[in-house]
Write a protein that binds this ligand. Sequence first.
Ligand SMILES: [Zn+2]
Length: 416
Amino acid sequence: MGKYAVLSDSSEEHIVEKSAEDFGAHWARLGDKTIVWTATEEWVEFTSKAGQAGISPEHAESHELEGRLYLVIQTGREFQNMYPDARIVLEKGRYLVADLLPEEASRLAESKEDWWTVRPLAMGSVIMDIARPEAQPVLPGLKASVAAVSQTTYSTYMSLLVDFQTRHSFSSQFISAALWAANQFQNFGYQVGQQPVNIRSDSSANVVADRPGRGSENRKLLLITAHLDSINVRGGRDVPAPGADDNASGAAGVLEIARVLAEYPSKHDLRFILFGGEEQGLYGSKQYVSSLSKNECDRICAVINMDMVATLNTESPAVLLEGAPISRALMKELAQAAATYTSLIVQTSESPFNSDHVPFIDKLIPAVLTIEGTDSSNSNIHTVNDTLDHIDYGLALEIIRMNLAAASKLLEIEDL
Ligand SMILES: [Zn+2]
């Protein structure tokens, strides 16, 4: 048996964690909250020692654990929708800490749902961090490209995508949406192709748009991606699935970045991909990654993925950069772009889960998911309520500006 308390620790010194370590407690951090726990018989000693040191967990409400602490990562609010009675100890939108009996946890882990995962909460782990990136000197070329981002065109793309009754991967409307997007890329001047995606006995497609760089040698390849498909989990492939946030917001973002970058030739190669089959289990991105040659894998310097960028789940506009150790340099680049060209608060995580960045990371390609910040969860996604009414264009445009600035720099656009 154990006891725990949830403490606020937004200081850069992480005082709560240090005192927990010094006085024999375990901790894990999710953003500005730190959870500390010990065996029940050690709690009194821990709190009195920590209290003497000026940290006051005795003032925080402490609780008895019924089982053990587990980390849940969910898409939207899918875990809580499915298990409304689960004992949630700490809630940070995409990330939850749950108090589960080991047999409950293994039953949940074995159910292999696509939209959430349950893992033991590791001691001394930072599940989600608040980054404090330093603004860099403003580069005129980047400033100009960022200034070209337009709410008018972005919201037009969003509306057109949401107007398809569904973009379910297997639907005829998905094919229409993919054709429409391919036409947009073509009009911007990119070379466009479609890659078939096989999903069990059904099929979908990825839309791929390319622009070779102007560099004469050692050209790298930068990918900007989003999934085009939508889903309504309460029905089949024919029920309405507007998918405004998930993921018209990201797909329209890819198109908006493509529209702007069309005017900015670059040294390195640029590729946009709109994936199909994401909602069925990342089929489009998995099949795309497995189609890459070793040489192409090695050339990819960055994959910037956008999945749900337009719902405000935090008090102030925030972005979550979700990557892995392989993507640390890219996360830093994005965080600095956010600090220099936007007013976004930057959250980071190295627990990648369930979007199209994961197959790239699995192949040790530096990929990052850029997603709306996550203090509360988005309960509309995967339902008929994921509509334009809930969209925050200001947040989406800021995330697009961050991604565009980082991409422009990595691509080495001319006239930086
Ligand atoms: Zn999504």
